[in-house]
Design a protein around this ligand. Structure first.
Ligand SMILES: [Zn+2]
Length: 145
């Protein structure tokens, strides 16, 4: 927070480590196949946090975000701890966000972007309003896809 012009480092992806959803999306990997956002209970617990309960499992706390076009996140379950790649809970949030599934409060599940956060907070300090925010958004997405 002290160095205000340093872009967010990819070495410190908040909140967790890089998730390779592309690797397993659509595959028959257990975690991806098990993830059923319609059947799961998804509760928002914070900016990046969700509590995910799969029909055949316990509630687990997930944190997931997007940084520089990549997903980053973590989960407190054993599947995440002992296996490579995203666990069923992370896959559930990913699928839910993609399909526009709502959480228990009726809000659409979203995966927030941490890189935009970091920029817009800075910019708001010097220029108020959403103008700069909008420019940042265009800037951040333009040329990336
Ligand atoms: Zn998990």
């Amino acid at each position: 927070m002290s160095a205000d012009r340093v872009p967010p480092s990819t070495d410190h992806p908040a909140p967790g480590e890089r998730l390779d959803f592309d690797e397993i999306a659509g595959s028959d990997q257990t975690s991806w196949a098990r993830a059923d956002p319609e059947a799961a209970l998804i509760e928002s617990t914070g900016r990046y946090g969700y509590r995910v309960t799969l029909p055949d499992g316990d509630a687990h706390l997930v944190a997931v975000a997007r940084e520089h076009g990549e997903h980053v996140g973590t989960c407190d379950c054993e599947g995440w701890e002992y296996n490579d790649g995203p666990c069923a809970h992370l896959c559930t949030v990913r699928k839910a966000a993609f399909a526009g599934v709502e959480d228990v409060e009726g809000d659409s599940v979203m995966i927030p972007r941490v890189d935009l956060d970091a920029h817009s907070t800075d910019e708001r300090a010097v220029a108020d309003g959403g103008f700069v925010d909008q420019a940042q958004r265009t800037d951040a997405t333009g040329g990336r896809r």
